[in-house]
Design a protein around this ligand. Sequence first.
Ligand code: NAD
Ligand code: DAU
Length: 340
Amino acid sequence: MNQLITGGAGFIGANYLYYLAEQNTKDKIVCLDSLTYAGNLHTIDSLIKEDKITFVKGDITDRALVDKVLTEHQIDVIVHFAAESHVDRSIEDASAFLNTNILGTHVLLEAGRQHGISRFHQVSTDEVYGDLPLDRPDLLFTEETPIHTSSPYSASKASADLLVLAYFRTFRFPVTISRCSNNYGPYQFPEKLIPLMIANALADKKLPVYGKGENVRDWLHVRDHCRAIAMIVNDGKVGEVYNIGGHNERSNIQIVQTILQSLGKDESLIEYVTDRKGHDLRYAIDASKIGKELGWKPEIYFDEGIVSTIKWYLDNKPWWEEIVSGEYQAYYAKMYGGRS
Ligand code: NAD
Ligand code: DAU
């Protein structure tokens, strides 16, 4: 099989490429990524050098390019990670989100359909379900939970999911969708909660916690997410949606405290700042369907996963220091300046 992985220079896509390489897959793996601010070729350097993957720099909205890649590499399977992924950026300006997440997904669907590929997997998010109340721990997102989005990011992902399902219903195009909760692990861009807090704590900078820090996320190690995606691509039923989650709910303040403790830093670094607009209160996933149908369950306990992740950021300072010393400075000043 020949697989096209979109967005493989980003956080989860890159971890997926490493996961495939470790499985010694015989498949030919092609990565298509336009290298936005979130894409980083250094992350997958070794895979390119060792000929484990073929890298193509390009935009998923470019139909001619997508056609060329599908033809030249005789692609059978598309695993689609590429997206604008940061909620805060979507609140500032949604246009790139609509373009990549909706129109880009449509280009891949249409090109994939015309080339007769055998599987299209859409990597989606639990954010399409909106949020849950803080005081109802009994409520979880199932695959039947209605789509009810909050941010321009989640609206764009939900739109893409609806298009994917429309291609199944209308054309019997062989799709699957996974909707995962918050990931953490190596190579996450430092605009996201966990790497941002690690980087700030190491620099003795303030740790900006939105609102009261009581919002809850259901954290899953990226490796467990990648393993779940591979299972769905190989054995998932076409036309189906699979939730993926860690049964590991933590409030943001708990996460920040864990990071501070682990790094031996003082809680006085915490700064409560103006809340995110439309901030989703709680995400919590019911992942029983993928458990029952495909036998997946998380393997990495959060208490171990967070320690190894913090260690990874300590051991790989050049990777993220290069990012935070560049145009990220302007982003940080824009997003956090005047917020306290
Ligand atoms: P990321 O922002 O780290 O990486 C996105 C990658 O896509 C980058 O390499 C970027 O260069 C590439 N890209 C963006 N626009 C592109 C375009 N038009 N053409 C080609 N490449 C483009 O994102 P991530 O956190 O790795 O998320 C990957 C996917 O997983 C996304 O679809 C996201 O919605 C989904 N997801 C993320 C999480 C999470 O916790 N991070 C959880 C559930 C689902
Ligand atoms: O649930 C899956 C989603 O998880 C993915 O679809 C998104 O691509 C991914 O970015 C993530 O979205 P979140 O908005 O939950 O992640 P983020 O890391 O931006 O924020 C996590 C929580 O931490 C959220 O409640 C906001 C809060 N936060 C975040 C930042 C960056 C802070 O309090 N301070 C911060 O500086």
